[in-house]
Design a protein around this ligand. Structure first.
Ligand code: XLS
Ligand code: NI
Ligand code: NI
Length: 441
């Protein structure tokens, strides 16, 4: 049985191809600085957006036409697994990610939910035996069900805290069972709506306690996945505790969790926080905290998490620059936490959208590698800061200067000469690299 009969295995056809079902730039085996594109980019498919999502929005019903639409309940869950593994193979994607509720329906009791999960996890494990696609990460959806109305680990209700812990415990067991490389915590409801009715300190302390318990349980069962926090500033809550990387890092340090976690950075969440994607990646990278990436993009005209497939070359280039400077993603990957637009409702759009995203990151990778090879940005930045490589600057960075020495230096200065930042020229140079990357193809 085939769910995507009209789609063959997606092949690399090169930049001149006009086949919408072929890669133009992502060539999995192509070497970039001694590693294959597949190894560097580590793409993942997000189960929720590709197999569970119906494309409804706050004002309209779902539009998605899917070959599994005729099924319900556990049959639907099983059909989705079959379709997913056909999709992974045809797209030739190395990873996938899911929330518990994406793969199996919730039962009327937690026990029934567990039993539904067990059946589907066994089926997924079976499919994984004959598949090249591995689990990048799984996570617990502790935000959709009404019981999480006031949060999960940060709920005012201790019963909800316990229920959330049970779901994460099960998630860790599932991650272990399926060989997951990471485990993600996105605190959908871990924040508050109004400070007026909120015990901020207790909620944050509880969140810290929850993460410690999760880490202890993972150790207890021998699940050695990298733990990841996915920051997001708001939505659905008014204020989310893991607002951005800097806030999340301070939280982790305060609760002694900085060696247990890294960050899963999502492009659209960065923009919601008022940052660029590359800012969040850089902030995590320089602190050794860059774990994985949710590859998507927002719509600059809309103020919410639209989760578009990434098509902005400038953004993927600067993102890949940070990732390469990080020495790669380690156990992380580029998970397409992205959904097709509501108007792109055909099943084939799922393939075309992933191809668009994969090609966009492949170009970003090639251009970023060239910028690094030619020392374009580092060379400029190094020169811009060269006042710190000699004299008083060197004393400052080596900790040899104090306010007395600095005052003495300042009193002897004539006119201070600053250097131009040349940001327009740098941007124009990046444009040249983008235009020239495939000029000879
Ligand atoms: C929602 C988040 C979510 C996480 C996983 O905005 O991006 O999809 O990636 O829970
Ligand atoms: Ni995400
Ligand atoms: Ni998101």
């Amino acid at each position: 049985m085939s769910y995507f009969e009209n789609v063959n295995k997606i092949a690399y056809e090169g930049p001149k191809s006009n086949n919408p079902l072929a890669f133009k730039f992502y060539n999995p085996t192509e070497q970039v600085n001694g590693k294959s594109m597949e190894e560097i980019l580590r793409f993942g498919v997000a189960y929720w957006h590709t197999f569970t999502e119906d494309l409804s929005d706050p004002f309209g019903a779902g539009t998605a036409i899917r070959p599994w639409n005729g099924f319900t309940g556990m049959d639907l869950a099983k059909a989705r697994v079959e379709a997913a593994f056909e999709f992974f193979e045809k797209l030739n994607v190395p990873y996938f990610c899911f929330h518990d509720v994406d793969i199996a329906p919730e039962g009327s009791t937690l026990k029934e939910t567990y039993s539904n999960l067990d059946q589907i996890v066994a089926m997924i494990k079976d499919y994984m035996k004959n598949s090249n696609t591995k689990l990048l990460w799984n996570t617990a959806n502790n935000f959709t069900n009404p019981r999480f109305v006031s949060g999960a680990a940060s709920s005012n209700n201790a019963d909800v805290f316990a229920y959330s812990a049970a779901k994460v415990k099960k998630g860790l067991e599932i991650g272990k069972e399926l060989g997951g490389e990471n485990y993600v915590f996105w605190g959908g409801r871990e924040g508050y709506e109004s400070l007026l009715n909120t015990d901020l300190k207790l909620e944050m302390d509880n969140l810290g306690r929850f993460f410690h318990m999760a880490s202890e349980y993972a150790k207890e069962i021998g699940f050695d996945a990298q733990f990841l926090i996915e920051p997001k500033p708001k939505e659905p809550t008014t204020h989310q505790y893991d607002f951005d990387v800097a806030t999340g890092y301070a939280f982790l340090q305060h609760y002694g969790l900085e060696n247990t976690f890294k960050f899963n950075i999502e492009a659209n969440h960065a923009t919601l926080a008022g940052h660029t994607f590359e800012h969040e990646l850089r902030y995590a990278r320089i602190h050794g905290m860059l774990g994985s990436v949710d590859a998507n993009q927002g719509d600059p005209l809309l103020g919410w998490d639209t989760d578009e497939f990434p098509t902005d070359l400038y953004s993927t280039t600067l993102a890949m620059y940070e990732i390469l400077k990080n020495g790669g993603l380690g156990r992380g990957g580029l998970n397409f936490d992205a959904k097709v637009r509501r108007g792109s409702f055909e099943a084939e759009d799922l393939f075309q959208a992933h191809i668009a995203g994969m090609d966009t990151f492949a170009i970003g990778l090639k251009v970023a590698q060239k910028l690094i090879d030619d020392n374009v940005l580092d060379g400029f930045v190094e020169n811009r800061y060269n006042s710190y490589s000699e004299g008083i600057g060197l004393d400052i960075v080596e900790g040899k200067a104090d306010f007395h020495a600095l005052e003495k230096h300042a009193l002897n200065l004539g006119e201070i000469n600053n250097k131009s930042g040349r940001v327009e020229t740098i941007k124009a140079t990046i444009n040249q690299y983008l235009m020239n990357a495939y000029a000879d193809k």
